[in-house]
Design a binder for this molecule. Sequence first.
Ligand SMILES: Cc1ncc(COP(=O)(O)O)c(C=O)c1O
Length: 447
Amino acid sequence: MGKKVAEERALPGEKSAELLSLRNEYVPKAVFQIAPVFIAKGKGALVIDVDGNEYLDFGAGIASLNTGHCHEKVVSAIKEQADRYLHTAFNVLMYEPYVKLAQKLAEITPGDFPKQVLFTNSGAEGIENAVKVARRYTGKHGIIAFEHAFHGRTWLTMGLTSQVKYYKFGFGPFDPSIQRFPYAYSYRAPFVTTDAEYGKYCVKRIEDSFKTYLAAEETAAIIVEPFLGEGGYVIPPAEFIKGLRSLCDEYGLLLIADEIQTGVGRTGKMWAIEHFDVVPDILVAAKSLGGGLVLSATIASKKIMGSVDVGGLGGTFGGNPLACVAALKVLEVFEEEKLLDRAVKLGKVAKDRLEGMKAKYNIIGDVRGIGCALGIELVKDRKTKEPASQETKEILKKCHEHGLIIMSCGVLHNVLRLMFPLVIKEEELTKGLDILENAIREVNKTI
Ligand SMILES: Cc1ncc(COP(=O)(O)O)c(C=O)c1O
């Protein structure tokens, strides 16, 4: 008999252990795991493993399940579509869900101008295409990316990604036209300053670089996450994102917003960049867009997309019919269940609770977030900000052993991130936060 959420369980359970030995034999160790757990079933924010143990899922497929596990409307849409046709390749036979979803995304992304949408499979593929389009449109090659950024694991996106170990280590060299600059991560600014001033400083560094690294006339785009996802759930000051927009306007660069982790309602707005009142030239969405199915979207003005010649974009499975109907249903569910309002409400409950924890436990150096995108940076000492990386691992393990699936992030591996589905029940959220607080309290005693 499995354990209920909050009851302690030994991991892995018997059946998970059997599957784990297969995994270790046949799957490369390079594919990391956060917990030795195999799922049997998921619903909303709740998961049951193959040994019958229950968990609350604050990992949610790495922010890919904003509408929860197996939302019944999403599942029925997929089932209905599966009975009609599974795949044609949009190049061979076109289908309605592709164009309807393109229309919907063009309508709900920032910018009051005609847009076009390309569908691909993974987030990384969406970013690759954003860069292709930016280069073709501007006729320039340079790309500016940021420290602590994560954009994927393909060759180009590894180059754009900043975390060396183990995303890039041993795989270089990468595209030489990528230039990297500091992200406005104020908590770890290298000198004493305000958030706003640090945001402006980071933008100025780029402007100065047009004289010392690569001319603006040779630079196609700046690619930025509206908040850092894998890089530590860092919310930048508005001056940073607004400053990047102004810089792009002044020097003729495109602004690419990577909304793969930040988008589809996580922050209480459909797109995180809306919090800064900024309209990007190209927006890339993935993860929660497909409600659990494989889908990414690269969205830009008709003018920008129109610069690419016929045959220059596409792929066999991009915008698969099952994924498109799932995404259409996800967006419908957002409206019907008012999930943006829910993200604001739940996010406040969770953030207040985390602030309360910060007042009690020294190990918490910083609590940050907007809506339901929440990060807790753990340090051994609040003055030196020495990262509590080992302690972060211990907290995760204790959470998993008490039925809370939760992940860390950050280049220093010391940030806990909360990515619970927006459909989570309030009592489930409270239960999950209780488990988290117990784990933090225990480990706090050791520093
Ligand atoms: C901000 C961001 N960009 C790109 C990616 C890459 O997406 P995928 O893993 O689907 O290729 C991720 C994945 O975590 C991400 O968080």
